[in-house]
Ligand binder design. Structure first.
Ligand code: 13P
Ligand code: SF4
Length: 304
């Protein structure tokens, strides 16, 4: 394949009035050409504020769908249509509807890592940055929460509300690979380092951590901390942002195998091609988008 031309990417962006939004797990070269790099909450907030005609979303399916739902009049592109988060596929709509019938007094808080069809059945959406806050702000003391059971564990530790996981054991395959033995090895090599992890990690890793936060929350914590060394328990793409923004500190991955292959599907070549051709476009059926938008906008309102 032809090598990407970053100057051409800039020219195409200007010509098409496009903005490039990228998640913290993207390849370094994509983070470096993006207009904004952030976590799921920040990216959805950015998507409501742009006056570009076109959004090129370097992230996974549910993120690009959210941008499209929030911008029904803009064209939303994703460089590789195959960038599908496996967790977003783990919630079966029928299982969610069954749970709603079984617990009619419960409110539904869905992680943003879900498909638009499921978001349409939620009372509110949350991300790893605001999950506890959103659950606390709901009227009901009984919450149906899905699909990540590790994030559900994180929330349960911080609220008195009853949290029912739907499905019972949803998880992120990338974070699930970070084990206690990785933590032991890493601590042996870097005994001075603080352990900072994402709430998609398993409960044992969460409990051992010094701090738990969303991807951008991890960056904010490391920047503000007086410490100089950190063991990072999340997808390894995060290390690029940390090293670039905080060059005076040292960062080590808890596991070098914590790679999200779906996030890594986008390349500069595919970015250039998408801007050139205006494809692949992410669209969400109007009826579904209208309902899902209510739950996403409620989250944005409650997160202000
Ligand atoms: P953040 O919202 O913390 O960036 O997490 C998104 C994600 O998919 C983590 O695996
Ligand atoms: Fe989905 Fe996990 Fe990849 Fe995040 S890291 S996009 S939750 S598979």
């Amino acid at each position: 394949m032809m090598r990407a031309n970053t100057k051409n990417i800039e020219r195409l962006k200007d010509r098409k009035n496009a903005v490039i939004l990228a998640h913290n797990y993207q390849r370094p070269e994509i983070q470096d050409i993006a207009d904004f790099v952030g976590d799921s909450l920040e990216l959805s907030q950015k998507a409501t504020k742009t006056d570009a005609d076109m959004i090129l979303f370097c992230g996974v399916d549910f993120m690009a769908e959210t941008a499209s739902i929030l911008n029904p009049d803009k064209k939303v592109l994703i460089p590789d249509f195959g960038a599908i988060c496996p967790m977003s596929q783990q919630l079966e709509t029928e299982e969610l509807l069954d749970a709603k019938r079984k617990y009619p007094d419960a409110e539904v808080v869905l992680y943003i890592n879900t498909l638009a069809e499921d978001k349409a059945h939620a009372d509110c959406i949350c991300t790893s940055a605001n999950a506890v806050q959103i659950v606390e702000l709901m009227d009901s003391d009984l919450i149906l929460f899905g699909p990540d059971s590790n994030l559900a564990h994180y929330v349960r530790q911080r609220t008195s509300k009853e949290i029912i996981s739907v499905p019972e054991y949803g998880l992120c395959p990338t974070h699930h690979q970070i084990t206690e033995s990785d933590l032991l090895d890493a601590r042996e090599k870097h005994p001075e380092a603080k352990v900072v992890v994402h709430p998609e990690c398993i409960p044992e890793i969460q409990e051992a951590a010094d701090h738990i936060a969303s991807t951008s929350g991890i960056a904010r914590y490391c920047k503000a901390s007086a410490e100089k060394e950190f063991l990072i328990g999340t997808e390894v793409g995060m290390l690029h942002r940390l090293e670039k923004e905080i060059p005076e500190k040292r960062f080590y991955p808890l596991s070098i195998y914590a790679v999200c292959p779906h996030m890594k599907m986008h390349t500069l070549e595919k970015v250039e091609m998408a801007l050139e051709t205006g494809e692949p476009e992410v669209t969400v059926r109007k009826g579904v988008a209208d309902k899902a938008r209510e739950a996403i906008e409620r989250m944005l309102e409650l997160s202000r």
